[in-house]
Design a protein around this ligand. Sequence first.
Ligand code: ASC
Length: 229
Amino acid sequence: MESYKHFLAVLSAAAAFGIVSIIFVLRWVLHYREGLAWDGGLGEFNWHPVLQISGFIFLNGAAIIVFRLPWTWRCSKLIMKFIHAGLNLAAFICATISFVAVFDFHNAAQIPNMYSLHSWLGLAALVLFCLQIVLSVIIYLMPFSPASWRAAFMPLHVFFGRSLFGSVIAVALMGITEKLIFGLSNPKYKDSPPEAVFVNVMGVLLVAYGVAILWISTRTSWKRPNDLA
Ligand code: ASC
């Protein structure tokens, strides 16, 4: 009971950090920036932070903890696996569209692609996330895959899933910082205009979301009881 109250407190904090991050990124692009469009311009670029935060970060975080929600323990394990996979697939689709938006914008503005550390680690994360989805669907959702493979791969699945989630947040922080340095000119980033402070706060919220999700996902006492599978 005590543990359940703690779970609800951390879950509420995670949900609040995640949802407020999404509100912040929408306000960033709609209020401080050029809004959203799909025309090769800055409005198309702006889909990049929106889809990374609401998709790659928020949905992947939700997927990571979905097995831990006590009110789902009465659902069949297979349904929960489909929800976990579906949220991750939705995260992957958002991340892919978000990459297309950046490449389109760069190509239209004749800005080179893939020169920054942000782009290297971001593309690596997308490719590894795709590999994680493909391998996990084969191992955990295909009826022919033996229980011995499932058990052997589980520590890797969990470790790389958490690592990718944390890495994507770190890569987002780099992207946010780049954008503030490139995008703010009068006043500059170093002069702390309201947009810079607002977006820095969003970065802090993303870290808080990541920590809350990783806390929930590493408490063994909050695991789904296996006998209800
Ligand atoms: C699965 C599944 C699990 C794991 C376990 C191996 O497919 O539902 O709980 O693999 O059997 O660790």
